[in-house]
Design a protein around this ligand. Structure first.
Ligand code: ATP
Length: 497
């Protein structure tokens, strides 16, 4: 008899995450029956629960539990002058390279170039940066380089200078000399307000939520009578016509942001900047991300936006490498000053103690819901040996897990079903709970492990006699018997809420 070799747990890869997300209803490609739409995604039944949990955790930490922050929900469509003042009309652009042969477009700073030294062969790959590597294109580059059987090197294109671009082979179709010089391309989606499509009615879908906060600074400050330092928090959709897309929900054309603008007295900004970098790292840890999966990277001087006094990215170790999860920036008084100038309305704060008006400085922690979702999914994904098989388990923090408890009757039939249904009805008043009576109990546990359900409640024949159920813990797989009376409180204690 041949014995099956035990399966070996492997590292987390994007293929595994994307496949799990699709198979279990977390994330689907948008408009899939029409072939999908580039870099837009739909969150399925479990995905929407998990995404809502990410947002709820952020809102709780930033607004509910703080005296010095209030919330806002501004419109996606804003006056077009907003984007002139913010600098997005003039500056929110990426250098793009077109291929005249195959009509594909690439971001210049995402082109990688390899060359085989002896034969002088040049190969190009698109879609990669130091922090964001598209594995398919990387592989293509490496394969092409291997063919030449000589040593090779590769470097991001900007180090070579833009004029080289036109001499390179196209990363998609390999035609040499078909690439155009880089041109600037604005990332904002345009639309028209009202029935006539003319320049006067042009509007943009917001590329960030922050500007809705700046233009409401006075409305919020006067209605809440908040004194500096105080913040305004907002979450919502943002849109960017990203050119180099990919890596699942890491970079989408439609995504959600969670942004805080924290207004402080000039001179107190450096201290608050440090505070927010540390606080935001703590937040991601508090929702379950392991400390070793996070790092803070301060921007070098030449990387800073023109308005920024300092920026630090909170990076997460995604399956392909480190990437930005959140940015914390000291934007000084740039935004309020710009909106004062463009709107003609002076936006200031009157400091009663000092008897003077000041333009507050602002510290901005800005993060993406979708990137947070992907980071949490990646960090939670584990494969563990289980006899000869592999147990796939999402070790999500209970606050983030889409389903908190599963109720599993050992038999589909009465009288077990009735008891289990009663327990289910009681628990679902407090949490999202799943009821599953299909297939063996082992398979049902695996199904719940794979979607990160922290607790399973099993109703068995013993239950009919002792009015107790088995509660199984996802991570330790330990099982305890607990009475049905007071079950919700006992589970609540284990979940932490
Ligand atoms: P990147 O350099 O990766 O393009 P960015 O520096 O342009 O990001 P910001 O403008 O600082 O990003 O936006 C703040 C946050 O919004 C980012 O940290 C990220 O979490 C999220 N975000 C930005 N662009 C996207 C996108 N296209 N898809 C998903 N999330 C995004």
């Amino acid at each position: 008899m041949t014995q099956k070799a035990p399966a070996v747990p492997g590292p987390v890869t994007m293929e595994k995450l994307v496949s799990l997300a699709k198979r279990r209803g977390f994330v689907f490609p948008s408009s899939e029956i029409y072939g999908g739409l580039g870099s837009t995604w739909d969150y399925g039944p479990l995905g929407v629960l998990m995404k809502n949990n990410v947002k709820a955790a952020w809102w709780r930490a930033m607004v509910q539990e703080r005296d010095d922050i209030v919330g806002l929900d501004a419109a996606i469509l804003m006056h077009p002058r907003v984007w002139e003042a913010s600098g997005h009309v003039a500056g929110f652009a990426d250098p793009l390279v077109d291929c005249k042969a195959c009509k594909q477009r690439f971001r210049e700073d995402h082109l990688w170039v390899g060359w085989a030294e002896k034969e002088g062969t040049v190969v190009t790959a698109a879609g990669s940066t130091e922090i964001e590597v598209d594995p398919v294109l990387e592989k293509k580059l490496e394969k092409a380089l291997k063919r030449t059987k000589v040593a090779y090197a590769k470097a991001p294109l900007p180090k070579w200078g833009s004029d080289k671009v036109t001499t390179l082979p196209c990363p998609a179709c390999d035609t040499v000399g078909s690439l155009t010089p880089p041109r600037m391309f604005n990332l904002m989606f345009k639309t028209f307000v009202g029935p006539v499509e003319e320049d006067a009615s042009k509007a943009y879908l917001r590329p960030e939520t922050a500007q809705g906060i700046f233009v409401n600074f006075e409305n919020v400050q006067t209605t809440t009578r908040k004194k500096l330092p105080f913040g305004i928090a907002q979450m919502g959709k943002a849109f960017r016509n990203e050119i180099t897309t990919g890596n699942f929900v890491f970079r989408c054309r439609e995504f959600e942001q969670m942004e805080l603008e924290f207004f402080v007295k000039p001179g107190e900004d450096d201290r608050w900047f440090e505070h927010w970098v540390a606080a935001r790292v703590e937040f991601w840890k508090s929702v379950g991300i392991r400390p070793e999966s996070l790092k803070v990277r301060a921007h070098a001087k030449d990387e800073l936006s023109h308005y920024s006094k300092g920026t630090s990215d909170i990076e997460f170790q995604f399956a392909w490498g480190w990437g930005e999860l959140e940015g914390v920036a000291n934007r000084a008084d740039f935004d309020l000053r710009q909106h004062s100038q463009f709107s003609g309305k002076s936006i200031k704060y009157f400091d009663e103690a000092a008897n003077e008006s000041v333009i507050p400085y602002v510290i901005e922690p800005s993060s993406g819901v979708d990137r947070g979702f992907l980071a949490l999914l990646t960090d939670a994904y584990r494969e563990e040996p289980d006899k000869d098989e592999i147990r796939v388990v999402l070790k999500l923090h209970p606050a983030i897990a889409p389903i908190k408890v599963a109720v599993l009757p050992l038999s589909k039939k009465e009288p077990l079903a009735k008891v289990a249904q009663e327990i289910y009805a009681t628990l679902r008043k407090r949490w999202f709970v799943q009821y599953d009576d299909a297939q063996s109990i082992g398979r049902r546990y695996r199904r719940q492990d794979e979607i990160g359900t922290p607790l399973c409640v099993t109703v068995d024949f013993q239950t009919l006699e002792d009015q107790q159920v088995t509660v199984r813990d996802r991570d330790s797989m330990a099982q305890v018997r607990l009475p049905i009376a007071g079950l919700a409180s006992a589970l609540s204690e284990r979940l932490g809420f």
